[in-house]
Design a binder for this molecule. Structure first.
Ligand code: ZN
Length: 351
């Protein structure tokens, strides 16, 4: 069967690159650890993706997971200081540029749909810079302009913690994503500034009131780069049917997250989650929002993957499973690449 080019809506790989972290992996060498590097992207025909920069506390709190009768909840993550966050983001942006320099044409930083297509034509991996959580951005938003100049074209307003702009969902199951207040005034200004610059706004990790604030304010299609359906798996990270309908009605996209605990109805962290379960979840999304609005947002290097996919090298096995379930080649190309390119084209100012 024919392989299809895949653009992936989310990974955390920058955090684990040797260009950023002393104990990181060389992205140019094939590893068996975790999920993504250039050789494995090529094996799975992943032609590009949204690569996230994100800031983290010096010491992540331990023992913050509580198993409940029916599921789990995670202690709400602490806020991060903007200065501390900015140092980390600067380091990660520099690391990506160093990697691209070392890769000698095999990887490109892309900021337009034409850039992505040109990268595909020469078999270079297309990196689109995304930031997950806006902590590093100052209230005047001037650092957003700096990041834009560095190539940032996608921004998640929050990760699963509060910040100056809004409130992320604490991880929990089963629970509604309606976990707290909406965007702050600074958050509303940030949405407008992203619209003006042509930076895509990602609602992944945002709580439900924040989502509706973005929906009311933003002039761009609504996008979740990595999330699943709350009706299938009622975790706080997943989107309710009403949220999915809002994405559909703005011609936006949901990137199907491959995190097994957000796919499975029981939310178990079980690598032995069959591809059929993944495909049934994709079918739920497609039935709700249409084949033009569902894409892939793997969360490689940030979540537990189904063993049958394993890592980026196994992505075509997901495509094959969708094909067996009745998706035709046009549908598969939409899911794998075309839907992302459409939404980028509707959102970005660069052509
Ligand atoms: Zn995430």
């Amino acid at each position: 069967m024919e392989n299809v080019d895949i653009f992936d809506g989310h990974n955390d790989s920058i955090l684990f690159m040797s260009d950023y972290s002393a104990d990181g992996r060389d992205f140019l060498d094939r590893s068996e650890r975790a999920h993504l590097d250039l050789p494995r992207a090529r094996e799975g025909r992943m032609i590009g993706g949204l690569f996230a920069v994100s800031a983290h506390p010096e010491n992540e709190p331990k023992d913050d997971l509580t198993i409940t009768d029916k599921g789990y909840e995670v202690r709400y993550a602490d806020a991060l200081s903007p200065e501390h966050a900015r140092l980390q983001i600067d380091g990660q942006v520099s690391a990506v540029k160093a990697l691209i320099e070392r890769a000698q044409g095999q990887i490109r930083l892309t900021t337009s749909v034409d850039d992505i297509r040109a990268a595909i034509d020469v078999s270079a991996l297309a990196i689109v810079l995304h930031m997950e959580g806006a902590e590093a951005i100052d209230p005047s938003l001037s650092y957003l302009d700096t990041l834009y100049d560095h190539g940032l074209r996608s921004l998640g307003l929050v990760w699963s913690r509060p910040n100056a702009f809004g409130y992320g969902v604490p991880f929990a199951y089963p629970r509604s994503p309606d976990t707290g207040p909406g965007l702050t005034d600074a958050g509303k200004r940030l949405v407008k500034r992203c619209n003006a610059l042509g930076i895509m706004i990602d609602v992944s990790h945002l709580n439900e009131r924040g989502f509706w604030d973005v929906a009311a304010l933003s002039t761009a299609p609504l996008v979740a780069t990595h999330a699943c359906a709350h009706t299938v798996c009622p975790s706080t990270r997943n989107l309710t049917d009403r949220q999915l309908d809002a994405i559909r009605d703005t011609d936006g996209v949901i990137g199907m997250n491959l995190a097994v605990n957000d796919i499975r109805a029981d939310a178990n962290l079980d690598e032995d989650t069959p591809l059929e379960v993944v495909v049934r979840h994709i079918e739920y999304l497609v039935n709700r929002v249409g084949i033009d609005r569902v894409a892939l947002g793997s969360d490689f290097d940030g979540a537990v993957m189904p063993r049958e996919i394993k890592d980026a090298s196994g992505l075509q096995r997901l495509i094959d499973a969708m094909r067996r379930a009745g998706f035709n080649e046009t549908d598969l190309r939409k899911f794998a690449l075309d839907n992302w390119l459409r939404v980028f084209g509707l959102t970005w100012k660069d052509r």
